[in-house]
Ligand binder design. Structure first.
Ligand code: SF4
Length: 492
């Protein structure tokens, strides 16, 4: 396998992923002090994490199933050229059309051209992270075509000109009162924070608009190479409406979303629903195989599948290939103590959380996202949660290594790590550095024995937290004395 160091952004011409915000440290500081955000995280994210654990435990051997899913994805990625050709051939056999897009701009162009050729004025969209990646709504609007998000969370964000902050729960950062104010402005109605009333308002509005739409855009949860089918999973039924009600259906997928055969699908459906939302199965899992055939009562007249690269083949060719196994379930976000504290907006990208901290620099380059590989405590919760067993902590450490190789880290950090290396190399330097650290830190303690303000360049440690000063005596000294005191009793 080729060794690929992630290139600094300056050496590349354009970003693959849109960047919404870029000051991770300032945004993290603000978000961690935001009580409303913390409550929203506790109410939704933590509950989903508990739900995942409970429903996975219902399976006879969840760990073996995760292992199998990971192996299937790895096998597919190792033979991606073969499976892509198989998928293309089978979609065409089913009467669909296949387009390959090298980047997000080309993917958007293809959709705009299809919309223009078919005289489509209104495009209804089901939830699709890849269309967030391409900024499809902006491209359609520029071309004079109206995009309409039909997933409730995405619809709220669209009318509020906001971005998703979670892969599965895009509006997790807003509470019912926030949504009440958004709908009050948009629908010009009285304020309410009754969730049921708000959902009904959106449902009635969207149901009416579905009937006017000419073109439906969906994402693809899985594309089955063997049958040329795509699978769209959703809980609100809007996905099924988008793929069956309009005259034209365009499915947009990243090229890694393949699975080899229909027999593999139940494995992924079981894991996706449990990992994403703690459900045994997503409410609606639609398997779409081409356009409407003669004699069928519903379905589109045309079916187009757009398979997008947008930087994926570069990742596929390097040592980060396994990151492309991701099925975008969001479980790593729900389990991550950092995501729970800082929320999704802080990551500044369409892909937040632990997997976003990996994918965003891999797509866009490290220079632009220096802080993301460090936005992790490396506790391993994301690895434990991941249904396809992506070793996110390992890859984050590799990215940190790439930063050092690319000289992106500040000189202060490089000097500290050099000193640390010397300290760890010999027993006597290790002991000496321990003594120096203990003396130095004890000088910084307050009257209660706590360290609350470290000096630069390590002052970042105490911006959000404090910690107790080290004890007067180190462990070695205490242990040595203990052993000496024990000797007579041992002899006896
Ligand atoms: S990395 Fe794993 S846990 Fe995270 S979104 Fe992807 S599949 Fe889900």
């Amino acid at each position: 396998m080729t060794e690929a160091v992630v290139e600094p952004q300056s050496s590349r011409t354009r970003l693959s992923l849109p960047v919404f915000r870029s000051d991770f440290m300032a945004d993290a500081h603000e978000a961690s002090a935001d009580q409303r955000l913390q409550t929203a995280m506790d109410n939704s994210v933590t509950k989903r994490d508990m739900g995942r654990k409970t429903t996975l435990a219902e399976l006879p051997d969840p760990n073996a199933l995760r292992e199998l899913a990971g192996q299937i994805k790895r096998h597919t990625l190792d033979h991606l050229d073969y499976y892509l050709e198989l998928l293309e051939a089978n979609v065409k056999k089913q009467g669909g059309q296949v387009h390959f897009a090298v980047d997000s701009r080309q993917a958007n162009q293809l959709i705009v051209e299809i919309a223009k050729r078919t005289g489509s004025k209104l495009v209804v969209k089901s939830k699709s992270m890849v269309s967030e990646e391409t900024e499809l709504n902006e491209a359609l609007t520029e071309a004079g075509i109206e995009p309409l998000e039909t997933d409730l969370g995405e619809f709220i964000l669209q009318v509020d000109h906001d971005h998703p902050t979670h892969l599965v729960m895009p509006v997790v950062h807003k509470n019912a009162a926030d949504i009440g104010h958004i709908f009050e402005r948009y629908f010009k109605t009285d304020f309410t924070d009754d969730a049921q009333v708000l959902a009904e308002m959106a449902r009635v509005h969207l149901r009416h608009r579905f009937n006017e739409a000419d073109l439906g855009v969906s994402g693809v949860n899985f594309a089955v190479a063997e049958t040329g089918s795509i699978v769209v999973c959703c809980n609100e039924g809007n996905g099924r409406m988008c793929v069956s009600r309009p005259r034209i259906h365009v499915a947009l997928m990243g090229m890694e979303k393949l699975i080899p055969a229909l027999d593999d699908l139940p494995i992924f459906l079981k894991l996706l629903a449990r990992s994403a939302s703690g459900q045994s199965l997503t409410q609606y899992s639609s398997i779409v195989s081409g356009p409407r055939r003669p004699g069928e009562v519903d379905g589109p007249e045309e079916f187009h599948l757009i398979i997008m690269d947008n930087g994926r083949s570069r990742i596929l060719a390097g040592e980060y290939r396994d990151t492309l196994r991701c099925i975008r379930c969001g479980a790593c976000l729900n389990s991550c103590p950092i995501y729970r504290k800082v929320g999704g907006r802080t990551y500044g990208s369409v892909y937040p959380g632990p997997i976003g901290a990996l994918l965003t620099p891999l797509f866009n380059g490290l220079e632009q996202h220096k802080h993301l590989p460090h936005a992790s405590s490396l506790c391993g919760a994301c690895f434990e949660a991941c249904p396809v067993k992506i070793d996110i902590p390992k890859f984050l450490i590799m990215l940190r290594g790439d930063q050092v190789k690319a000289h992106i880290t500040p000189w202060t950090e490089r000097t500290i790590f050099k000193l640390w290396t010397v300290g760890l190399r010999f027993g006597w330097t290790y002991r000496l550095s321990q003594i120096a650290q203990r003396i130095g830190m004890r000088l910084l303690k307050d009257k209660q024995g706590w360290i609350k303000n470290l000096p630069p360049p390590v002052n970042g440690w105490t911006k959000q937290r404090d910690f107790p000063a080290p004890a007067k005596e180190d462990f070695r000294t205490v242990y040595k004395r203990y052993r000496q005191n024990q000797k007579p009793s041992v002899r006896r």
